[in-house]
Write a protein that binds this ligand. Structure first.
Ligand code: PMP
Length: 407
C-alpha cells in the first residue's frame, strides 16, 4: 500500500540542516514569567441574562459563568498580564500556555498540543502548512477548513456529507485518474478533513469508517472537534469517544465553545507540532493567545474533564429532543445541537419569533446558510439549564408551533 502521509521528520531534518528550525524554548525558561500567584479578587460586572432563556449558545457547558473559570482568567491577568505581548516564538510564551497545551495533549491522547489565537487560525494555518497535494473534504465542513484549502492552493475533492462510501469512491477515482495520467500517486500527500460535530445539522461524522478508508488509501485524517471538545469521553471529543486517537493524525478545535474562552488548538505528534511552530503562519506571525484566555480554557477543560457538567448537558439534550419529537417536530442530528427543521423560511422565522415572544431565544437559520427547503431553528441546550428551563423551552415551542400551524 502506498504511503500518502506527510514526511514531517524529513521536513524538520531539512530545517535543522539549514539552521532554519524554530522551536518554543524549554518550559523552565518560560516559567520565569510566573503564573501561580494570589488572585487579585474583586468581581467583574456580569451581563444580566435573566430576561430570556438562551437556547442558541455554543457555551455548551455554561462555563463562561463558572467562578473557577473566571478566577483562572483573573489570576492570569493579574500575574502574567492581559496580553501575551508578542508571538509565542519571540517573548509571548508563558506557563499558562504550556499548562493549557499539556492538558489538551493529555485529554486528546497525543504527544503534544499547540494553542492558536482562534480555531479559524488553527485550521487555516495547519492546512496551509501541510501543503497537501489533495484534500478530501466533507461538503459541510467549516469555512475555516475551506479557507485553509484555498490558502494551501491544494486540489480539494468534496465528498457527500458524512458519507464514508462516497469518500472511498472519491479516493478510488483519484487513484484511477493518476494511473490514467501516468502519474505515481504515491508521490502525493493526501489529507481527509472533517468536522466531528456539524454545527448546522447536528450530525456526527462517521470517524471510524473515515479512518478505515484513510488507512486503505494511505491518507492522513484531520478532525475539527470545535463543537465536540469537552463534551465527550473524559472531556475529549468524538475521537476520544470512539477511541481513534491513534488513527487520527491531527485533532483540532476551538477554545471558544465548551471551553468557555477564546482561541484554538491543534493536538498531534511532536513532529506535527514542531512543524506547525515553523510553518503555520497563523501561529508564527500572530501574537500568542492572551494569557487570561489560555488560563480560562485550561480551567474549563479541567472542569469539563472532572466535573458533572457533561452529564447534565446530555440529560438536557435527551429531555429536549424527546419533548420536541413527541410534539411532532422533525429534529435532525445526533449531538447536542438540535436542528428543528421546518422547511419553509417564513415558517422558520415565524416559529423563532413565536418562541422569542415567550422569552426563549433560538434563532432561525435560513438559506444561504442552509439549503433551500431546510430552514430550521437550531436549539442548543446548555449544562446550566435546569429542568424548569427545559420545560419552559418546550412549552414555548408547543405554543409557537401551534400558532404558526406547524403542529
Ligand atoms: N471550526 C468549526 C467547526 C467551527 O464551528 C468554528 C467556529 N464557529 C471554528 C472552526 C472557528 O473557531 P474560532 O471561533 O475559534 O475561530
Amino acid at each position: 500500500m502506498a504511503d500518502r502521509g506527510f514526511d514531517l521528520e524529513g521536513r524538520l531534518d531539512a530545517l535543522e540542516e539549514h539552521d532554519l528550525k524554530r522551536a518554543l524554548s524549554p518550559v523552565d525558561r518560560v516559567a520565569e514569567r510566573g503564573y501561580f500567584a494570589e488572585p487579585s479578587g474583586g468581581d467583574l460586572p456580569v451581563l444580566d441574562s435573566a430576561e430570556a432563556l438562551v437556547f442558541a449558545s455554543n457555551n455548551y457547558l455554561g462555563l463562561t459563568d463558572d467562578q473557577r473559570v473566571q478566577d483562572a482568567a483573573r489570576q492570569a491577568a493579574a500575574t502574567v498580564g492581559t496580553g501575551a505581548g508578542a508571538s509565542r516564538l519571540v517573548t509571548g510564551d508563558t506557563l499558562v500556555h504550556r499548562d493549557l497545551e499539556r492538558q489538551l495533549a493529555e485529554t486528546k491522547g497525543t504527544e503534544r498540543a499547540l494553542a492558536f489565537s482562534s480555531g479559524y487560525a488553527a485550521n487555516v494555518g495547519t492546512i496551509a502548512a501541510l501543503e497537501p497535494d489533495v484534500v478530501f473534504s466533507d461538503e459541510l465542513n467549516h469555512a475555516s477548513i475551506i479557507d485553509g484549502c484555498r490558502l494551501a492552493d491544494t486540489e480539494t475533492v468534496v465528498y457527500d456529507h458524512c458519507d464514508a462510501a462516497d469518500l472511498r469512491a472519491r479516493l478510488e477515482e483519484r487513484v484511477e485518474r493518476a494511473a490514467r495520467e501516468g502519474r505515481e500517486p504515491a508521490d502525493e500527500s493526501w489529507l481527509i478533513v472533517t468536522d466531528s460535530v456539524f454545527s448546522m445539522d447536528g450530525t456526527v461524522a462517521p470517524l471510524e469508517a473515515i479512518c478505515d478508508a484513510a488507512e486503505e488509501y494511505g491518507a492522513w485524517v484531520m478532525v475539527d472537534e470545535a463543537h465536540a471538545t469537552g463534551l465527550y469521553a473524559d472531556g475529549g471529543g468524538v475521537v476520544q469517544a470512539e477511541g481513534l486517537e491513534d488513527r487520527v493524525q491531527i485533532q483540532l478545535g476551538t477554545l471558544s465553545k465548551a471551553l468557555a474562552s477564546q482561541g484554538g488548538y491543534v493536538a498531534g505528534s511532536s513532529d506535527l507540532i514542531e512543524c506547525l511552530c515553523n510553518d503555520a503562519r497563523s501561529f508564527v506571525f500572530s501574537t500568542g493567545l492572551a494569557p487570561p484566555a489560555a488560563a480560562a480554557a485550561s480551567e474549563a477543560l479541567h472542569v469539563a474533564r472532572h466535573g458533572d457538567a457533561r452529564e447534565r448537558l446530555w440529560e438536557n439534550v435527551a429531555h429536549l429532543r424527546d419533548g420536541l419529537e413527541s410534539m411532532g417536530f422533525e429534529v435532525w442530528g445526533d449531538s447536542q445541537i438540535l436542528p428543528v427543521v421546518v422547511g419553509d423560511r417564513r415558517d422558520a422565522i415565524a416559529l423563532a419569533d413565536g418562541v422569542r415572544e415567550r422569552d426563549v431565544v433560538a434563532p432561525a437559520i435560513r438559506p444561504p446558510t442552509v439549503p433551500e427547503g431546510t430552514s430550521r431553528i437550531r436549539v442548543v441546550p446548555m449544562a446550566t439549564h435546569d429542568r424548569d428551563d427545559i420545560i419552559a423551552c418546550l412549552e414555548a415551542f408547543q405554543a409557537a408551533g401551534e400558532e404558526v400551524g406547524l403542529l
